[in-house]
Design a protein around this ligand. Structure first.
Ligand code: AMP
Length: 557
């Protein structure tokens, strides 16, 4: 066990849970975990004010797992979540932390899936039930005793549940639970409606809130990029192409992520290394020394491992994983902009983490501007600039040292100096894509592999509306509207065809067009809200791949 896992060890959790936490790669508890775990372990009721990204799931999952009895094959803990996605995410987290607890099973209960197998899993002795309120009520209507053995209840994202209209369902569920149960409520906000629930259904609850005080960050230019979790590595690689950095530190949450990202960077030729709590102190110092003297340019670190790191060369901080709280954000980005220099901080934000971004903006009192992934043209320009910068200093005296050789080689080969220079460039750039077409081929122009659950729905794949569950839409930037065409991959359409057609026929600048997502039977394009109707009218007769584009405004709901 490393010194850092001592943080989790101090809770005296069941050793099997602690072992699973260590295996997950967490180094120390987040602030909400630090405060909530002892309260929940002690069986007390609690109100936790925290949003996604603070580590709130583990804050209740670890102590709840600690409290259940694996030998009893009956539901002991119920977690209520507003959406199917969150329910699945929470169930997966429980499974991860219960990996080394034989006999503990978790069932996710949500709408849109058959009820039979869910009920069977409950009756077969799942101790942890993670459910959306609507579907759980359906089960209660069939078997009102299904929750009679539950002695721990967690309401996750309670404010979201109320927003989605689950109030009545919650009351039905409260009635079906033993009154002696422990109740824990997590909510990002505490409006009157939530306070009223707490008053009626919680007993003497402890309040836990992550204190945030205003912090100032100067001399650091901040930006954020909306990205899906599974696209982070490719987003980082794209950003590195265009960012003009000297040394860079990237923050991730787990040890494994430090290793994975560092090796992805190394594979692309960057001088990168991982820095995490498992790495021996003397080795860590070596990594930091290498970053100082330029043997390394990028360090991928966890918060713990980067403590005390002070390297004036650092021009950029990438928050690849969201920090748990604004203080930690301020602390992280303070690694750049040292000694009066300018620094730049980039934050990757997944759709579910946008709230945390707002909190950061509020606490720092600064807007963190949105940036987009560089397009192929920007990547090309950056690559050529780098090549120019690397060759320019060599030109001055090259003719005097290698001019004669050039004459001889052109004569021997029988080619022009231009042909020879081109051949040398090809060799020197080692197959790197240096034309627009080659770069477009190398990477999709826009990422279009949104993770499941965040994809716009296809018809026939709608969630159970009766359950009032919703799917988080792919984030839409301010001032943009999403438009849809029935042309998709099966019509032979690629993002660049749509882009080309809209650029040509619509007379727009490239920057005006946002994300393009090509699905099998349709595509979505983000266009400027301003003047949209006119633009759609202009594109009325546009054809792509021989078919009418028929672009229309697309509404999520
Ligand atoms: P949550 O706020 O529960 O949605 O958690 C956000 C993310 O943080 C999840 O990916 C967790 O796996 C991760 N996480 C939670 N606690 C820790 C921790 N102590 N150290 C590192 N990562 C964590």
């Amino acid at each position: 066990m490393t010194q850092e896992t001592g943080g989790f060890a101090a809770f005296n959790l069941n050793p099997n849970i602690l072992a699973a936490v260590i295996a997950t790669g967490y180094e120390e508890p987040s602030a909400i975990q630090q405060q909530s775990i002892p309260i929940i372990m002690a069986g007390q009721d609690m109100i936790g004010q925290a949003q996604t990204g603070t580590g709130k799931t583990a804050a209740f999952a670890l102590p709840i797992l600690h409290c259940i009895d694996p030998a009893k094959r009956e539901p002991q803990a119920l977690i209520l979540a507003p959406t199917r996605e969150l329910a699945l995410q929470v169930a997966t987290a429980f499974e991860t932390y219960a990996k080394q607890m034989p006999g503990v099973t978790v069932v996710a209960v949500y709408g849109g899936a058959p009820m039979g197998p869910q009920l069977k899993a409950i009756r077969n002795g799942a101790q942890i039930v993670v459910a959306t309120p609507g579907r759980l009520c359906d089960h209660l209507r069939r078997d009102e005793k299904v929750l009679s053995t539950v002695n721990h209840l967690v309401l996750d994202e309670a404010d979201e549940m109320l927003k989605l209209g689950f109030m009545d369902d919650l009351e039905v569920i409260f009635k079906a639970l033993p009154p002696t149960r422990q109740t824990v409520l997590f909510s990002a906000t505490l409006p009157q409606s939530i306070r009223a629930i707490a008053e009626r259904h919680l007993r003497d609850p402890q309040h836990v809130k992550i204190q945030t005080k205003t912090q100032t960050v100067t001399a650091i230019e901040q930006a954020h990029l909306l990205v899906h979790a599974d696209q982070k590595t490719s987003a980082v690689l794209s950003l590195l192409e265009v960012e003009d950095f000297d040394a860079l530190i990237m923050f991730v949450r787990t040890k494994q992520a430090t290793l994975d990202l560092a090796s992805a960077l190394e594979a692309k030729g960057y001088k990168a290394a991982a820095l995490n709590g498992d790495i021996a102190q003397n080795q860590r110092e070596r990594v930091i020394d290498s970053l100082k003297d330029g043997r390394l340019d990028i360090v991928v670190a966890t918060d713990v491992a980067a403590r005390g790191l002070d390297v004036p060369r650092i021009t950029h901080v990438f928050n690849v994983d969201m920090p748990y709280d604004p203080e930690s954000y301020v602390h992280r980005i303070g690694r750049t902009g040292r000694a009066g220099r300018e620094g730049r901080a980039l934050l990757l934000v997944t759709p579910r983490e946008r709230r945390m971004l707002q909190v950061i903006e509020r606490v720092t009192g600064q807007k963190v501007a949105e940036v987009r992934l560089p397009d192929a043209q920007a990547v090309l320009d950056a690559r050529i600039k780098k090549l120019t910068n690397s060759l320019a200093p060599l030109v001055a005296d090259a003719e005097s040292t290698h001019g004669d050789l050039l004459d001889r080689l052109t004569a021997d080969i029988g080619c022009t100096p231009r042909a020879l220079a081109a051949a040398l460039l090809r060799k020197a750039t080692n197959g790197q894509a240096l034309t627009l077409a080659a770069i477009e081929k190398e990477r999709p122009l826009v990422p279009n592999s949104a993770p499941r659950g965040d994809r716009p729905e296809r018809s026939g794949d709608r969630p159970d509306r009766g359950d009032r569950e919703r799917r988080a839409p792919v984030p839409l930037a301010e001032g943009r509207a999403r438009c849809r065409t029935a042309l998709g991959a099966r019509d032979g359409i690629a993002a660049k065809n749509l882009l080309g057609a809209i650029l040509n026929e619509g007379g727009l600048a490239r920057e005006a067009i946002g994300r393009i997502q090509v699905r099998d039977s349709f595509s979505l394009v983000e266009l400027p809200e301003d003047g949209l109707e006119k633009l759609l009218a202009k594109l009325k007769d546009t054809r792509v791949a021989g078919k009418q584009l028929k672009l229309r405004r697309y509404r999520e709901d």
